[in-house]
Design a protein around this ligand. Structure first.
Ligand code: LR7
Ligand code: MN
Length: 582
């Protein structure tokens, strides 16, 4: 058409050169149109498609990075997971690090970022083969705030070195407002070597680890999201069992076995036969518990997943969609703590499950303290306490009373709006907490249920009210039961149950009577209730230790000392005990 127009207005003599110019002009239009529509127009293929094409053409992010394989012949500091010993000036600097970082950074800096570690799996795991082409890909989210350089990067190196490239979508480094300079441009530069596999996301306001995990998961593009702390080492074959189990059942949140990396010498110890599961205390702290008999019975093979009531918190994998569907984390929880039990109670009661998988091992550096500011919003110095109150209020129904026994100070504390989390629980039609207690932790002792008596165990002598009291001793180990003036309002250190089975006990420790041979009196030692625990009998107001026949008494004992057992005497006021509420 352009040519015909030109014909009409131009003389025949000029005709041929005009045709040439016209053809050139049309050609130019055509080329510009093609360039525009392919690269610039709003309908141009999105970046992902371009990336996908590159991928299908056989090139993926990370392909240009040479992974380091484990090699049993590697020698050097920390190789094969061995301890590093320092001497002289270095030793002194290392000891300083323990105060600042709660880990020996001098030691860490001596160890290769690609150090070899021994395969921590049991043999049965090593022969399982996975069809990598059919498994979902994982985004590994590593959250950190001012982590030391080498532990952070060793986490990244171990993940990349020990994950099959087919399964690793990306590594997301979520920087929770770190202040140290080396974690800025230097880190940006450093990760370029991973050829696009490592993405850094920075927050310019401190999020706390719970919101940081959420932010990381929101950036993730893999079907599976894996969370790690920033001082871990992924062990041999760690990723395959995690994604394989999620592919099998997307409503499972799965945790690797957590191996122990010593914070002082960086020695790596893994237990191939690890069989612990997660539990909790009524003060809402995480505990390790032995595998229950029923779970032992259920499992058909040693490589099968282990159902666990709770998780430690830091190391877990989930189908990303399921993770958000079941409520992610509570956005209002601050800095540190509580989110691990919250996700555990929530997932179980809302139809999912928490599992450990024996064939996946990840090492974690266990530190004795936090090398970062633990103060939350509004100067909150008790983030674990307030986070846990949020979880108790939303997920524990009337059993939140057990938490308030330990934290009566928090009863009236404002911990922010809970309506969204209540709504989530309703929308997902989650089961009551009682269901969790009955079905997932049937052995959990509830101090005021299924007991003969419960309260402060009080004797009145000379007008003084004296109560059994733990005297603030560490209840993890064994300790002698003491007495103290009764504390009105029910101090948690004085609350004791006489259980249906006759055991006189606290949440986890049970009273044993200890009497030396040929003696007619003895002491009361509290030990973990996993050891059977002695039987105590009510006789009138007396409490008789069944094995020895002696009675609980405070004859000749002062407040702050240890209680005794002695020959029963029904008329002695020192042996008359009542369980009182306040
Ligand atoms: O404000 C913060 N922002 C962060 O990004 C505070 C911390 N963090 C980062 C921090 O740099 C680290 O990478 O969050 C991660 C976890 O912090 P840690 O290492 O100080 O925590 P932890 O190992 O003492 O705590 C455990 O319990 C926490 C409760 O909130 C979290 O769930 C941690 O992830 C969890 N760690 C593990 O479970 C590792 C295995 C331990 C065991 C058993
Ligand atoms: Mn940690």
């Amino acid at each position: 058409m352009v040519v015909r127009l030109l014909c009409r207005y131009l003389s025949p003599r000029r005709f041929s050169s005009a045709v040439q110019a016209g053809v050139f002009f049309v050609g130019l239009l055509l080329v510009s149109y093609l360039v525009y529509s392919t690269f610039l127009a709003p309908g141009a293929p999105p970046k992902e498609v371009v990336l996908d094409r590159i991928a299908r053409a056989g090139r993926k992010p990370g392909d240009a990075y040479a992974r380091v394989r484990d090699d049993t012949s590697r020698r050097g500091p920390g190789e094969q997971g061995e301890a590093v010993r320092l001497s002289g000036e270095e030793k002194a600097r290392g000891e300083e690090d323990m105060k600042k970082w709660f880990m020996n950074v001098v030691v860490s800096d001596k160890i290769s970022l690609d150090r070899s570690i021994r395969d921590a799996r049991r043999d049965e795991c090593k022969s399982i083969s996975y069809d990598l082409s059919s498994l979902p890909r994982a985004s590994v989210v590593i959250i950190f705030t001012d982590e030391a350089w080498t532990p952070l990067l060793r986490t990244v190196h171990s993940v990349i070195n020990r994950s099959p490239p087919e399964l690793l979508q990306e590594v997301i480094l979520l920087d929770d407002n770190s202040q140290r300079d080396e974690l800025k441009e230097k880190l940006d530069e450093y990760v370029k070597r991973f050829d696009g596999l490592v993405k850094i996301v920075r927050k310019n306001v401190r999020h706390g680890l719970i919101r940081a995990k959420l932010a990381g998961a929101r950036e993730a593009t893999g079907e599976v999201v894996v969370f790690l702390d920033s001082h871990c080492e992924a062990n041999h074959g760690w990723l395959e069992p995690l994604v394989a189990r999620i592919a099998e059942n997307p409503s499972v949140i799965i945790c690797p076995i957590i191996d122990y990396i010593n914070s002082k010498d960086f020695s790596y110890s893994g237990d191939p036969y690890a069989q612990s599961v997660g539990g909790f205390t009524w003060s809402l702290h995480f505990t390790w518990e032995p595998l229950s008999e029923s779970e032992k019975q259920r499992r058909k093979s040693p490589t099968e997943y282990i159902r666990s009531p709770t998780m430690a918190g830091g190391l877990l994998a989930a189908n990303r969609e399921y993770f958000f569907h079941v409520g992610g984390y509570d956005e209002e929880m601050d800095i540190w703590g509580g989110e691990n039990l919250e996700i555990s109670f929530r997932v179980w009661t809302c139809g999912g499950s928490i599992e450990f998988i024996p064939c996946s091992h990840v090492g974690h550096i266990f530190r004795d303290g936090h090398p970062y500011n633990m103060t939350g919003r509004g100067g909150n110095k008790d983030v674990h306490g307030t986070n846990s109150k949020r979880l108790a209020e939303v997920w524990m129904d009337d059993y939140k009373r057990m938490y308030y026994l330990h934290r009566s100070d928090l009863k009236t504390k404002d911990v922010g709006d809970l309506s969204e989390r209540h709504k989530l629980r309703k929308d997902l039609q989650c089961k009551p907490f009682k269901w969790f207690l009955d079905n997932i932790v049937p052995d959990k002792f509830i101090p005021d249920e299924n007991v003969q008596e419960y309260g402060m165990v009080q004797a009145v002598v000379g007008g003084q009210k004296i109560c059994l009291d733990t005297l603030q001793q560490d209840e993890k180990g064994s300790y002698g039961m003491g007495i103290y003036f009764c504390q009105g309002g029910g101090s948690s250190a004085q609350l004791i149950s006489l259980a249906r089975d006759g055991r006189l006990r606290r949440e986890t420790s049970c009273a044993h009577g200890v009497v030396r041979e040929r003696e007619t009196s003895g002491t009361v030692v509290m030990r973990n209730c996993r050891e059977k625990g002695d039987e105590w009998k009510r006789e009138g107001d007396q409490l008789r230790h069944a094995n020895s026949g002696l009675c609980l008494s405070i004859r000749g004992i002062k407040s702050g000392e240890k209680v005794i057992i002695e020959v029963c005497d029904a008329s002695a006021p020192e042996q008359q005990w009542k369980f009182v509420k306040s």
